[in-house]
Structure formats: C-alpha cells, structure tokens
Design a protein around this ligand. Structure first.
Ligand SMILES: NC(=O)c1ccc[n+]([C@@H]2O[C@H](COP(=O)([O-])OP(=O)(O)OC[C@H]3O[C@@H](n4cnc5c(N)ncnc54)[C@H](OP(=O)(O)O)[C@@H]3O)[C@@H](O)[C@H]2O)c1
Length: 345
C-alpha cells in the first residue's frame, strides 16, 4: 500500500509518499481500505511539533523525543472493511465504516488495521465518505467537553471562540442541538457559515471583544487559545463555566484554581477518545443533527498541499483528503505521484 510518512518534525515538506507493506489484521482486528481521511489540528501539531505554551517537552515525550514515533499521521477516516480477523463477528468485508485512530494516528495510508471493538462506527447512509471521515476529531472533542465534562443544560447561553474551525463548528452544532443559545466568535468572512450551522449570534473577533462588552455567558468555550482565563472570567455569569479546549498549560492548571476561588468552573485537559462518544456523534449525524463542515477536499496526491492549508490556521471546519475514490481499485500507480522512498513501519 501507499502512505505518507514523516521521519523528522517540520513543515509539510517533511512528508514522504512511500510504499509500505499492507498490514494483516490480527484475530481481533479488521483491515479497512481507507476511502477518505482528514488533515486535522492533531496532525499539524504532531508533524510540526507545535504545542501549546508550556507543553513543548510533553509534545516530544508524546510524539517522539528525537524523531516521530508514529511515522504515519491521520487521526480519522472513513472506509470499507476489506478483511476481518478470525475472532471478529461484528463486521464483515464490505461494511462501510468510520474509524477514529485519534492519537494512535495511521490514517494517511491506503489501509489501516484497527481492533474490531475499538473506535469504529458504521457509516451513516446519509453521509458520503468524505463527510463521514470528518466527523470524529471535531465532534467527539465538542461532545466530550460540552456534554460530558461541561454538563451543558438546555437554555444556557454558550459562547464558542473559534466557531468556524473543526472543533468550533462542531461545538456550535452540538450546543445548539442540546438547547443552548449559541454565540459564535469568528472573522467576518465566516459569519454566514457560523449562522448557517446554527449560531443565534455572531461576533467578529476583529471588531469586538466579547470579554469587554456584551452579555454574560453561562459557558465560554475556547477552541483557539486566544481567550485565557483572565479575559474570559469577565464574560461569565456567577457560577459560569469555561471550557478550555485550547490554551496554555499554566492557564489549564492555575486557571482552574482561580476559577474555583471565584465560584466559577474552568475545565481544560484532553478530550476522551472513547468509542461511546464516537457512537453518539455518529448517531447525531445519522439523525441529521450534526453535519461536519468541509472546507476543501484534496486528492491523496495533494497531501502536502492539504497540510499546508491546515498550517494557515484559517481552515473552515475540516480539510478532507480522498484516499481511494469509491469505485476505484485503490491502486494509485496511474496517478501523478512522486514516490520519494520506501519505509517499513
Ligand atoms: N483539548 C483537546 O483534547 C483538543 C482536542 C482537539 C483539538 N484541540 C485543539 O483545539 C484547537 C482547535 O482545533 P480545530 O481542529 O478546531 O482547529 P482549526 O479547525 O484549524 O481552527 C481554525 C479556525 O480557527 C479560527 N480562528 C483563528 N484565529 C481565531 C481567533 N483569533 N478567534 C476566533 N477564531 C479564530 C479560524 O477562523 P478565521 O480564518 O476566520 O480566523 C479557523 O476557522 C487546536 O489548537 C487543537 O490542537 C484540543
């Protein structure tokens, strides 16, 4: 199979298009032929080793001290089960699925093996493969923070900073679905998009500072890292809650303490990648209550360009890469691809 690997941290140019052995599923695993994947903020962080302030060392410990430990990026995918291990009874060849390797990565390839009882869900029929691949990363983060950690309640006023990103656009839709009154903070260029996906109010971050003027919120969600606790606390009602999905380490630790001293809550940390959350957001998509926003769809041969687009920090929702167009045999030899080397993973 073909895949993109990286052996050093850096710009999108560190990616190599290589031929690797197609993995063989173990007894409890399935082999998935990947139809579509995305380039997520997780891929950008792991490839460039760009970490939130204070987490540089942790980044190296997680991703590899001197060089990347997991050479194939890709946190989410949609595809078709190609083969199943001897003990697998829940899936069979031909099943259309969504996979969420998440921090395990590995989806920037033509094939991946995953445990059958792992982070896999059946692809809803109302979504195409490109849409389906863009569900896990943003929506599970949004669901875990808003619903599991934040305990969002219907009727609450919620502000989402970064409402046009992958996580932010999922936060807008999920908060709205659970009955919140949603304010999205984005640039003027993305205001219509953010309204279309359900925001009741939109604030242009270049024109207005939500923390200095305007109403107070029951919950403020920062998906960008530009709303630290010292700013956000002014925008919260008494007993209000801040969800720090992106932010500095010191804020995640000290902000929590400072919030408690003021009778408020600040919740940071890492989103759970539990399969139960994946199932919930896929169910929301199947019911038409969540639809991933797609910015651009790249071909597998354009993986470097897809990374470069994500590196701008200004994508709208998700950047999708079609690996194996449905109907294709999965062989890319006839495409204009530059084979720069081979490697074993
Ligand atoms: N804690 C966790 O477990 C967890 C899980 C997943 C992701 N994350 C983190 O969450 C962050 C967001 O991820 P993502 O996938 O949503 O990123 P993303 O899609 O790349 O975010 C891009 C969006 O951010 C918007 N943006 C940029 N600057 C902004 C500003 N100053 N104010 C408001 N919006 C701004 C951009 O809109 P404009 O073009 O209009 O500026 C763009 O639409 C990343 O740092 C990621 O690492 C954390």
């Amino acid at each position: 199979m073909y895949a993109y690997t990286y052996t050093e941290y850096g710009s999108p140019d560190v990616l190599n298009y290589v031929e690797l052995p197609t993995p063989t599923p173990k007894a409890n695993e399935v082999l998935i032929r990947i139809v579509a994947t995305t380039v997520s903020a997780g891929d950008w962080r792991a490839r460039s080793l760009t970490m939130p302030a204070g987490l540089g060392l942790v980044g190296r410990l997680v991703f590899g001290v001197t060089r990347p430990r997991k050479p194939v990026l890709g946190t989410e995918l949609s595809g078709i089960i190609e083969a199943v291990g001897a003990d697998v009874t829940t899936f069979q060849p031909g099943d259309a699925v969504i996979g969420f390797p998440g921090a395990g990565f590995g989806a920037h390839a033509e094939y991946i093996t995953m445990p059958a009882d792992g982070k896999i869900a059946r692809k809803p029929e109302n979504l195409n493969f490109e849409e389906a691949a863009a569900i896990p990363f943003g929506a599970t983060t949004a669901y875990d923070f808003l619903i599991n950690k934040g305990k969002l309640r219907a009727g609450e006023r919620v502000l989402i900073n970064g409402a046009s990103g992958s996580v932010g656009s999922a936060c807008v839709q999920i908060a709205k679905h659970f009955g919140a009154e949603v304010t999205g903070v984005c640039s003027a260029a993305n205001a219509d998009l953010v309204r279309e996906i359900g925001a009741d109010h939109v604030i242009d971050y270049n024109a207005e500072d939500f923390a200095k003027e305007g109403p107070l919120y029951d919950m403020v969600v920062d998906t960008v890292g530009t709303a630290p606790w010292f700013r956000t606390r002014h925008a919260l009602v008494p007993k209000g809650c801040m969800l720090m999905i992106a932010g500095s380490t010191s804020d995640m630790i000290l902000g929590r303490l400072k919030a408690r001293l003021r009778g408020k809550r600040m919740i940071g940390g890492v989103a759970s990648e539990a399969v139960s959350i994946l199932s919930k957001v896929v169910d929301l998509s199947a019911a038409g209550d969540f639809h991933p926003v797609i910015d651009r769809n790249f071909d597998f041969s354009q993986m470097v360009a897809a990374h470069a687009h994500v590196d701008t920090g200004h994508k709208k929702g998700n950047v999708v890469v079609t690996v194996t167009p449905t109907g294709s045999t999965g062989v890319h030899a006839d495409r204009d691809l530059q084979l720069v080397g081979t490697a074993n993973v």
